[in-house]
Design a protein. Sequence first.
Lengths: 122, 107
Amino acid sequence: QITLKESGPTLVKPTQTLTLTCTFSGFSLSTSGVGVAWIRQPPGEALEWLALIYWDDDKRYSPSLKSRLTITKDTSKNQVVLTMTNMDPVDTATYYCAHKGAAAGTLYFGYWGQGTLVTVSS
Amino acid sequence: EIVMTQSPATLSVSPGERATLSCRASQSVSSNLAWYQQNPGQAPRLLIYGASTRATGIPARFSGSGSGTEFTLTISSLQSEDFAVYYCQQYNNWPPTFGQGTKVEIK
């Protein structure tokens, strides 16, 4: 059974750096083709893909946020970490991590964490 | 980046009726399209991938069709648990992009 869970601060101040951790079980990020993504959703708005890290440490970022994002993995701990610099109130959102399956060309997300709401406010 | 446009924004349907949701891509995404369902306060749930393949455990009343730029999600007979927001997502090109969602509400 695949599960993912996000953790991190619920409140950050403008200009601060956000660090979120996704802890997962039921799969290995050493398995060929597997990836973990971060996706966010501002209150009442649509989903926005942020970043993805593959089993081989290949990393992809949203072009509009690339300069602010870093995604890393710790395979031994079954964790993926996302950092986002220079936080702004418009970054207030629920942040989800999600599992990408091993099959090639399958960049959809079959398993999601429960999400964590991050509010950016002074 | 590919823009995904969903219509309508809100769909009012009576329980037991059929619902048809549309998703249009700004350029061809072949059949690399997924549909998700999201209930309030919950994470999205994968319904359909490959434009027409139901994910594991998804009831047969959900069906997807289309290719290229035009896609449809059909719910054949709406159950109470189906009133939710639905998103399409293309994964043919980087970055993967989502539509703005269609809310299916009780008429």
